[in-house]
Design a protein around this ligand. Structure first.
Ligand SMILES: [Zn+2]
Length: 311
């Protein structure tokens, strides 16, 4: 059976599971290589389903992707709601600031949509799996870029030179990773740690400027305590999620025991939605904190430093 399924011609054949509405769950040895995402998830997999209708109807059955699909579908719905909150309840009259916030929420919504679509159709065919996986990476990159831009923008709001330097660097690195993700090798199972490192370095590009802003300008100038705490929760939950994803814990230690619930990819998805919600609260807090106009000459100006150092 495994050999038959690995034969691309046979997988294309409609005789097999391809268009069978009564498909049964299969094990890792029964699916073609292009469907294997982890060596530690051994059973409860969908067979190749060569119809989008069948792929989408698999939402209502329990298999390795059910948790991945639903976690990001619920994240998608949540962020649509937050998008309307951002549009109809702006915390500032600045058009640029509101555009940055809305782009951030829209990119999160798109990221979760690409993700649940990828996890739904990755069993369709090698071509659709590859294409939807690229969309998934593109969504993550868009979210990283548009989600991190407002953090840098507000943390250096009145320090325009540093603000521009960090924002340009973030754009360049994002485009670099986007280009890298176009290469075939980027999506391979053995390159999982490399993908994690690429996305982590993008994350560091926001963690570093935030702490730079903390030490250069300090609390109550770059951000208030609430915003800083929210940013720390966002960074730590994001980092924890990525580490769990990269190390494939817990299924690495108990292969076959977490095929349906609580495998690393699912935990990573839950951390991503949680971190996204905290991120939204953080940028809104930053926006409401920075409601005053910048001092003449910015935060680096002598008058401003003098005023702020007075008891
Ligand atoms: Zn995923």
């Amino acid at each position: 059976m495994a050999e038959l399924l690995k034969d691309p011609e046979h997988v294309k054949s409609q005789e097999y599971f391809g268009l069978d509405r009564n498909w049964a769950l299969v094990g890792i040895d029964d699916v073609p290589d292009w469907m294997i995402s982890s060596r530690y998830l051994l059973g409860s997999m969908r067979p190749p389903l060569e119809s989008f209708k069948l792929c989408y109807s698999s939402w209502f059955r329990l298999h390795t992707e059910t948790g991945n699909i639903w976690s990001h579908f619920l994240g998608f719905i949540g962020f649509i709601v937050l998008f309307f909150v951002a549009i109809f309840n702006p915390l500032s009259i600045s058009i640029l600031e509101n555009i940055l916030i809305c782009l951030s929420v829209a990119s999160a919504t798109l990221c979760f949509a690409f993700s649940f679509h990828f996890h739904t159709v990755r069993c369709h065919s090698p071509k659709i799996a590859k294409h939807s996986e690229k969309l998934d990476y593109t969504g993550i990159l868009f979210y990283a870029l548009f989600g991190f831009l407002p953090i840098i923008f507000f943390s250096f709001r009145c320090d325009s030179t540093t603000q521009s330097a960090y924002m340009i660097t973030l754009c360049v690195v994002s485009v670099g990773i986007l280009t890298m993700s176009r290469f075939k090798a980027f999506g391979r199972t053995e390159y999982r740690p490399c993908r994690a490192v690429a996305f982590m370095s993008l994350g560091l590009l926001t963690i570093f400027p935030t702490f730079h802003a903390y030490f250069k300008h300090g609390i109550d100038v770059a951000f208030n305590e609430e915003a800083f705490s929210l940013l720390c929760i966002f960074f730590s939950s994001g980092t924890t999620g990525v580490l769990i994803y990269a190390t494939e814990v817990p299924e690495r230690f108990f292969p076959g025991k977490f095929d349906i619930f609580f495998h690393s990819h699912q935990i990573f998805h839950i951390f991503a939605v949680g971190a996204g919600a905290v991120h939204f609260l953080a940028i809104r807090e930053l926006q409401s904190f920075h409601s005053d106009p910048c001092p003449v000459g910015g935060w680096a100006s002598e008058n401003f430093t003098l005023t702020n150092s007075l008891p």
